[in-house]
Design a protein around this ligand. Structure first.
Ligand code: HEC
Length: 171
């Protein structure tokens, strides 16, 4: 089809394959650009979010250890922290979406292998979920003797994942 003057001028004459198609292309390009920047944004946001969540996990573990080391552990605090760990364990896999790795430019300890060995990452997350659920259930009884073994499993699950999927840098 020959381009009409209206087409060349970018007018709104909607002919088959003419301006209508061009508008379509412009819209498609705009959508693609939007999608690309949204993905980059949400990748960086996802990375920052997960770091906040991981810090929450670290804090929950510290609360428990501190309480156990204190002369009179606060059972309420331990129960709360156990519930947080269980909730976070269930959510953990969703904290690592594609595009939230080092390519985001966000400073992180997550290694690229999180996204290249998804099978093992998922397996380690699953082991953690099982331990966290067991620990939470036991902790709600308020009996340290009931939850100590599960607490050790939880700690082991954090460590097993960090050893492979997190940098060793301490900062
Ligand atoms: C399945 C893997 C996995 C499990 C299980 C896991 N983590 Fe992590 N954790 C990571 C990765 C990967 C990072 C690095 C995240 C980043 O930098 O974006 C991380 C980072 C952290 C950080 C540093 C956060 C920061 O940005 O300073 C803390 C603290 C932490 N985890 C605590 C824990 C605790 C405590 C547990 C267990 C109760 C746990 N994690 C379980 C994979 C895991």
């Amino acid at each position: 089809m020959r381009a009409t003057g209206a087409d060349r001028a970018g007018g709104l004459k909607l002919g088959p394959g003419g301006t209508g198609r061009r508008i379509g292309l412009v819209i498609t390009a705009a959508l693609m650009a939007g999608a690309a920047s949204a993905a980059a944004l949400s990748g960086a946001d996802a990375a920052k979010d997960r770091q906040t969540h991981m810090k929450e996990l670290g804090k929950a573990m510290k609360t428990i250890v501190d309480q156990l080391h204190s002369g009179s552990p606060d059972v309420g605090q331990i129960k709360l922290a156990a519930a947080t760990i269980d909730k976070d364990a269930k959510a953990l896999p969703s904290w690592f979406p594609d595009g939230s790795g080092p390519s985001t430019g966000v400073k992180m300890k997550a290694l690229p292998v999180v996204w290249t060995d998804k099978t093992d990452f998922a397996a380690k997350a699953h082991t953690f979920q099982i331990a966290a659920a067991k620990f939470d259930a036991a902790a709600q009884t308020g009996q340290a003797s009931a939850y100590m073994p599960a607490l050790k499993e939880v700690g082991g699950a954090c460590k097993a994942c960090h050893e492979k999927f997190r940098t060793k840098d301490e900062d």
